[in-house]
Write a protein that binds this ligand. Structure first.
Ligand code: SF4
Ligand code: SF4
Length: 334
């Protein structure tokens, strides 16, 4: 029998995931209305631009991070991108890759798709271990390319030119158009990824997402880890079978893999009481199951709140800036 308390973690996660999904959808709709006002020639918008939309600009955020490190100041165009990026990084440093399994809408949708695949085809499939390891390397390679291109390849001067340019100013609009004016190629790629995700758990997250790769590396420092009490473990392997990241939980004292997203699925599937738990290394007693979800949500709220309170949330661009720049969007490229 699965323990009630261990299932609580999973239920909490579902609630947080869907709350966040609807919140993000609300941000998207509101930003769409804002852009629509500009595009339709209205002199003002009924809704203000939601700064949270900048969460979709992680590459620009990385550029902003370098600007901050070099100049000591936060660039005023799209500062929320950096605030969200740093918050998510902090979440990983303290609470595993929890952004991926608790908040990221792509992660939530990927879960829906693989569970649908399991219903339709009876089970999900596993790629041969050697190929799985090889494919997992792709996301680290992509991360390396981005880090090298931005942190090493772009001089301080180039960074300033990029952040001051119209391209960065309207990158949020370009991102919106990516979804609302999807090209044929984008549709084919998304359809292929969805198709593969039906068969293989978390295909995008596991093999291709460079953001997840960065968060995984940062999560190595997390004091929270899944810990297994070997004395009470019967070796049934239900934890490993359920793990969406395909980790061998049943044979680890503590799961240190950068692939662990802190989803607590293994905990929910362990039939033994107090054998598996998400615990900080310094805490030896069983920890109430609500603690980890509370830590995850608290870090996120605290990070975003700090950005808002310190005045690094709203972009410096005005409605008239968007009126001037949006007609140029089609012709702007970096
Ligand atoms: S080890 Fe547990 S918490 Fe980590 S990804 Fe696997 S199921 Fe989720
Ligand atoms: S940790 Fe729990 S689910 Fe995993 S092998 Fe041991 S008893 Fe089974």
């Amino acid at each position: 029998m699965e323990g009630l308390s261990s299932r609580f973690g999973s239920t909490m996660r579902t609630v947080v995931q869907w709350f966040f999904m609807f919140w993000v959808a609300g941000i998207g709709i509101r930003f769409g209305m804002f852009v629509n006002s500009v595009e339709s020639g209205a002199t003002s918008s009924l809704v203000s631009r939601p700064a949270g939309v900048e969460g979709f600009l992680p590459i620009g955020a990385l550029t902003s991070l370098k600007y901050w490190l070099v100049s000591g100041e936060i660039h005023p165009v799209h500062p929320a991108a950096l605030v969200i990026f740093l918050t998510i990084l902090l979440m990983s440093l303290l609470a595993k890759k929890s952004f991926c399994s608790w908040l990221c809408p792509v992660g939530t949708l990927s879960e829906v798709v693989y569970k649908l695949g399991r219903k339709v085809f009876g089970s999900n499939f596993r790629i041969w271990l050697w190929l799985d390891l090889l494919l997992r390397g792709i996301k680290y390679l992509l991360l390396l390319l981005f880090l090298a291109a931005i942190l090493i390849g772009m001089s301080g001067e180039k960074i300033v030119t990029f952040l001051d340019a119209p391209y960065w100013a309207v990158s949020d609009v370009k991102m919106l158009h990516f979804f609302t004016k999807m090209s044929g190629t984008t549709m084919v790629v998304l359809a292929a990824l969805t198709f593969l995700s039906l068969f293989y758990k978390m295909f995008w997250c596991r093999y291709l997402c460079p953001y997840g790769a960065l968060l995984g590396l940062a999560s190595a420092m997390s004091p929270f880890k899944i810990r297994r009490d070997a004395t009470g473990c019967t070796g049934c392997q239900r934890c490993s079978a359920a793990c969406p990241s395909g980790l061998a939980v049943h044979s680890s004292r503590a799961v240190s893999s950068p692939e662990c997203t802190g989803c607590l699925t293994c905990v929910a599937h362990c039939p033994e009481r107090d054998v598996l738990a998400m615990q900080p290394v310094f805490w030896k007693q069983p920890l109430p199951v609500w603690v980890f979800p509370a830590v995850v949500v608290f870090i996120f709220m605290a990070g975003i709140g700090s950005g808002m309170v310190s005045g690094h949330w709203q972009s410096s661009l005005s409605y008239s800036d968007y009126q001037r720049l949006i007609p140029l969007v089609k012709n702007l490229s970096h």
